[in-house]
Each structure stands twice: as structure tokens, then as C-alpha cells.
Design a protein around this ligand. Sequence first.
Ligand SMILES: Cc1cc2nc3c(=O)[nH]c(=O)nc-3n(C[C@H](O)[C@H](O)[C@H](O)COP(=O)(O)OP(=O)(O)OC[C@H]3O[C@@H](n4cnc5c(N)ncnc54)[C@H](O)[C@@H]3O)c2cc1C
Length: 282
Amino acid sequence: MKSAAFDLLQPADIGSALHSLENPTLYSKVLGGGQSLGPMLNLRLAQPDVLVNLAKVPEMRMATQDETSLLLGAGVTHALIEDGLVPDVTKGLMPFVAGNIAYRAIRNRGTLGGSLAHADPAADWVNTMMLLGASIQITGRVQEAGASDYSLSQRTVDAQNFMQGPFTTALADHEILTAVRIRKLSASARWGYYKFCRKTGEFAEAIGGVLSDPEKGIYRLLIGATDGVPLVINDAHALINSSDHAAIASILRDAGMGEDPYAFKMHHTALSRAIAMHNQMT
Ligand SMILES: Cc1cc2nc3c(=O)[nH]c(=O)nc-3n(C[C@H](O)[C@H](O)[C@H](O)COP(=O)(O)OP(=O)(O)OC[C@H]3O[C@@H](n4cnc5c(N)ncnc54)[C@H](O)[C@@H]3O)c2cc1C
């Protein structure tokens, strides 16, 4: 099948992109890399009147650092991260994750922001940004009382609060996810990330994530590719160090994953392997 007809707009800045989304009589959608939206258009699951392509907005591909964090534009592709063409402040976690998303053709176009905005529970960036405790920058437009012009408004949402359910996020209509702020990990930080997929390039059936950064008091576990929002345990010091299988099983049961033995086994193994990977990291 082919998509229903739509108009394609190619704004050159965020203000124009936001303006293009605001026509109340038209159903408008943002286009990132098109790697999730494209199939939905072709299957006619989405039939927008207008697509607002962000590819020509320079800010969407920025990468700027300060002492404590890296700000990555939402239009940075998986491939740019995989290839180290944007700085890495995560001791290799982000390039590792990027290199295991789908296939190279998808990684060439798919974007960090598009993946987060799409909010598939098995999406690697959704899970990784929650594990890293990143924050999501969202831009909209406001018109102050009495003013004739609009100005840009920005708000920030913690990645752990951004996804609200499968394919549902904190983004309001007419807002654009513009950037992601990732805090720099310390030299002593360690991570583990393990994803189960039936074959390379597929979405995960289970994701286990571990991050420790003793200098910053971070000891975090993540159980991802669940039926809903990934589960983050922010105070997991004892569990990370002991890698106690019974304790992992108990966490999974508490998270309501005891019902389906197949899913339970996948998540248990993913998390155990992520912990082992973390513990082997120097
Ligand atoms: C065969 C296949 C295998 C895949 N495997 C994996 C995998 O293993 N792991 C994984 O994580 N992903 C996987 N993906 C998804 C891929 O990573 C996509 O790139 C990603 O989900 C969407 O990013 P995009 O930039 O292409 O967004 P698009 O497809 O352009 O958009 C997706 C949605 O987000 C909205 N959107 C896009 N950008 C923004 C923005 N800046 N602000 C607000 N809304 C926005 C769009 O309106 C749309 O609703 C796979 C995809 C395919 C087709």
C-alpha cells in the first residue's frame, strides 16, 4: 500500500515548524527520520494532511557541551551516534546502543527525538534515556497577552517521566521535541545493556539496563521492552553488587511480570546479563 496524499513542508527553523503545525483545520504531523512514521503512512494507520519535515532545521542536529552535560539535537540520527560523529559522554553506552538499533539503513535516517516521541516501549532510546536519567527539551509557541507576535517557549521533562504509556508521551499537540540533555558520566561509571531480539535488527523482546556512577550516587536498574513504560529502579546498589538471581526474580514479580513464564524468563535473563556486563566493565 502507499500513503494517502499529504502536503510536505520543509521549514528552516523551529518557529516556522511550530507555526506549520498549528492550523486547526488540518491534521499535521512532525516528520523526523520517517522510520516509524513511514510504515504507518504506507499502511494508512496515519493519514495526516500535512507533514512537517524537520530535516532542514539546523538546531535539530546540534551537539553542544558544558562542564556537566551534552545537549543533543533531537534530529541527531542513530548512525551519527554509532559512528562517534557527535560527542559521547556515556563511556560508550550510547554508541553501543545505537549500533544495535535495527539495520544501518534505518540508523542512517532514524533520529533520537523521533524514537523518543514515538515511544515504543521496546525502543532503545526510550530505555537508554531513562537509564541515563536524561532530560527531554520540548519547544512550543506562546502568544503573550497583548502581543501580536508569538515567541518560543521551552520546557524540560525528565526522561523517566516523559513516556506516559505505550506510544504516549508528555508532548502536547503542537509541541516539538527539540533536544535531549545527557549528564556526563564520571570516570568510574559502569554500565550494562542487554537486549533480546529474535534476530538482529528487530525490536527487543526484553531489555535489561544497569548504570552505576559512584561519584554521583547513581545505582540504577532498568527493565525494558515491557507492555508499558519501562521500569526503573533508582536505588539498586545492593542488587547490582550481589547480582542475586532470587532478588531479580522478586523485582520482576513485584513489577507484575510473574504471569507469563516466557516473558519472565526473557526479562530475568536480560537483566542478569546486563548486570554481568556491568560487573565485568573496568
Ligand atoms: C524494521 C525496523 C526495525 C526497527 N528496530 C528498532 C530497534 O531495534 N530499536 C529501536 O529503538 N528502534 C527500532 N526501529 C525504529 C527506528 O529506530 C525509528 O528510527 C524510530 O522509532 C523513529 O524515529 P524517526 O526519526 O524515524 O521518527 P519518525 O518515524 O519520523 O516519527 C515517529 C513519530 O514521532 C513523531 N516525531 C518525530 N520527530 C519528532 C520530534 N522531534 N518532535 C515531536 N514528534 C516527533 C512523528 O510525528 C511520529 O509520530 C525500527 C524500525 C524499523 C522500520
